[in-house]
Structure formats: C-alpha cells, structure tokens
Ligand binder design. Structure first.
Ligand code: PXL
Length: 286
C-alpha cells in the first residue's frame, strides 16, 4: 500500500558551529529539522568541545578557511536548497563569507532565515565583537526571517535592552526598527509582556502578533537554536508565520519543562530527544 504524504525531503543548508557537548547550534538544528522531514546539509563554521556559554577551557577550531571551498564545491555540484539557515558565526570574516554564500545560493523561491546569534541576558557572547555585531546587521538585511532574542534585538535596533515587562509599544517599535534593516519578517524570542508569561512576537511588515504562554521558570542554553530550528521546519512545511511561531514556542517550553523536571544542567541544553517524535507527528501528520 502506498504511504500517504510521500514527498521529496525539503533541503536546508545550515551554517552553524558544531559544539561537541551542550545541545545547541548544529546538534539541535540537525535532529530537529530531520524530524520535521527536512534534509540538512551542514556548512560548519567552527568545531568546539562545548559551546561558549558556561564551560571553562573549551577548544575552538575555526573553520573560516574551509567555508569558501566548501560552498564553492556545493555550487559546482549544483546543489539547491529550499532554505538557507545561518546561526552562530565565529568571526567577522565568516560574516563576509556567509554574505557570499547567500548571494550564490539565493533563489526566487528559497527562504533565508538568519538567527543573529550574538548574546543573551543583555550581554554579547564572550567571543563576540562589536564589529561582528555590525556585520550581522548586513546579514539581517538579506533575510526573509530573523529570529533575535531580546538582547540581540536591542543591539541590532539600537533600542535599550529590557529584561522583561515588554509593552506592546516597545515590541512594536523594536520590530519596526528591525524590519527597517531590511528583514522581511521578524520573530522576537524571549519576550515577557507580563510577570509569569514568556514567548515570542512576530511581525510580517503589516502587523505584530504576540504569543506569551505561562512561563516555565528556567533558562536553558541552546533554546534559541531550538526555537529557530522548529520555526524554520514549520515554515518550510508551509505553515504561516504566527502558527510556526506558536509551535516553536510551545515545543521549546515543553522541552524546558521536562529538562527542569529531570534536573538537567542548564548548560547541557534541553532534553528534546524523547519528544522529537511528537514534533514530527505534529508537522508530518497534521
Ligand atoms: O546557542 C547559541 C550558541 C551557539 N554556538 C556557540 C555558542 C552559543 C551560545 O553560547 O557558544 C558556540
């Protein structure tokens, strides 16, 4: 008997680091997108022993030199992607290279999602420089969707950072400033319009929608990557921006809740593995 829903896998090129330990970047993007029926091709920017947000003495192998030969080979092979997805970038030069990569692989139909991974909790990550932050603005200008957290949104928009208590007016101004960089859609993550609620806001250039369910009181590393990966998977499967945002927020919250209940260390990332199948089921068998 024929299986229903047979379709070619969607193809995504993911430009992120590979952090060996601590679920984030490629070790999140790969399983999440695969579970959503998306084939992921990896353009790794660096290989680290752990991510940089909570471990001492991590190794960092910069792969800047490999990036251009890597994607030039892909170009020769004539590979095409339904989505170009960029995350953590390790140097200013990498940002230039990603610019070139986007120019080469951009098509009329494909979707560029730029996650401007720069910092959290009001501060830039330890290896992040102001020059890199400036370069990130250029990448955002080319994106169909950007997914900054509130720290990144503040840096990119020039607006003051607020940890919580975000008014609709503040969020709307922030989205408008980010849209004015050139991005077509903005999804702000980690917004908290009132005590006890946390979620996301999306703006498609016409209107802003807020989704802020009840907060699970914990902060885990890698949740930005998880959110962005789920969002992209849902967009690729044809979901609208608001619905995709809600799925990403719900799935991220469920993973945080389980990790908290399991006593997982916040720097290890969230325990998404046992419930990935639920994500696959939601998206592939609606
Ligand atoms: O999750 C974001 C991220 C990705 N990659 C690396 C990081 C971080 C955050 O700290 O250090 C290497």
């Amino acid at each position: 008997m024929m299986e229903k829903n047979i379709s070619r896998p969607l193809q995504c090129a993911a430009v992120h680091d590979l952090s060996g330990f601590g679920r984030c970047s490629l070790t999140v993007a790969l399983p999440v997108l695969s579970s959503m029926g998306v084939q992921v091709s990896c353009l790794p920017t660096a290989v680290l022993s752990t991510h940089t947000g909570g471990f001492q003495g991590y190794t960092f192998r910069d792969l800047t030199e490999d990036m251009q030969p890597f994607f030039r080979h892909w170009q020769k092979e004539n590979f095409r992607f339904d989505a170009l997805y960029t995350g953590y970038l390790g140097s200013e030069e990498q940002i230039h290279l990603v610019d070139e990569f986007l120019s080469l692989f951009r098509t009329e139909e494909n979707l560029i999602l730029v996650d401007p991974v720069m910092g959290d909790h009001g501060r830039l990550y330890s290896l992040y420089t102001p020059q890199m932050a400036a370069g990130m603005k250029r990448l955002c200008a080319r994106a169909d969707v950007i997914v900054p957290n509130m720290t990144e949104a503040a840096y990119l928009s020039g607006m003051p950072y607020q940890e919580a208590g975000h008014s609709r007016d503040y969020l709307e101004k922030m989205c408008e400033k980010l849209l004015s960089l050139g991005a077509k859609n903005v999804v702000l993550t980690g917004i908290s319009p009132e005590e006890g609620r946390i979620g996301a806001a999306c703006h498609d250039g016409r209107e802003m929608r807020i989704y802020a369910p009840e907060r699970v009181n914990a902060a885990y590393d890698g949740t930005g990557d998880l959110f962005a990966s789920v969002l992209l998977g849902a967009l690729l499967r044809g979901w609208g921006l608001e619905k995709a945002m809600m799925l990403a927020a719900d799935f991220t919250r469920d993973c945080v809740a389980r990790s908290l209940a399991n006593g997982t260390d916040r720097h290890h990332g969230v325990d998404f593995e046992p419930i990935l199948w639920q994500l696959g089921k939601r998206i592939l068998d609606p």
